[in-house]
Design a binder for this molecule. Sequence first.
Ligand SMILES: [Zn+2]
Length: 219
Amino acid sequence: MKAFIKKHQYNYIKRCLNDLSNTYKTCSDSNVIDAFKSYTQDKIFNLFPSLSEEERELLILDKINDPSDINNYLTSLDKYAYGMPVITSTQISKLFKKEKKLKLPDLNQENSKNVYLGWIDKASNKLFVAYNMDDKIIGMACRITSTDSKKANICSLCNCIHVENEVAFVSPICKTSNAAEGGYKSIGFTICLDSDKCNDRIESVEKLEDILKEVNNIK
Ligand SMILES: [Zn+2]
């Protein structure tokens, strides 16, 4: 069986299973637990438009009878989860060819399962994002405009609430076909500064793809 669970889908399943684990711990009524388990099962199956018999078997929650079984379940799924394809330094340099003295990310990605590749260049105070959309690598260079906010912020990509220095408000330079705007426009959003952690939490790529489309003027 080939890897068939995208990293963000795996993150979603992980959180659903965490909710199930909490239900086991806080609820003594087996009917309620069973109902929650079947609700969780539906949510997991609904992620996939089609599943082979073998894939379906892997995702079945029947083997979980106790919260201690949940880790084994997730470990068995992890083998079939995959992230973005390995990306080379040449591809990154090409993607950000307008950047002077571009700092390359750690490209030791052999075993990493990333939804997106994110890294910070402290010298230029920019956060870079590279992502594989429909088999094409696209990216954005985001100026970090503030990191010192004392109030809680929500990362636009992973939707987690963070405090202080864990997230930053960034503004990528956008491509636009409108000459009246000088060929450029600016947008802004909040994002985790620690891309590894963000990659372990992100459960949907919708927002990420929306932002990247807007930045790259992809209709
Ligand atoms: Zn995040």
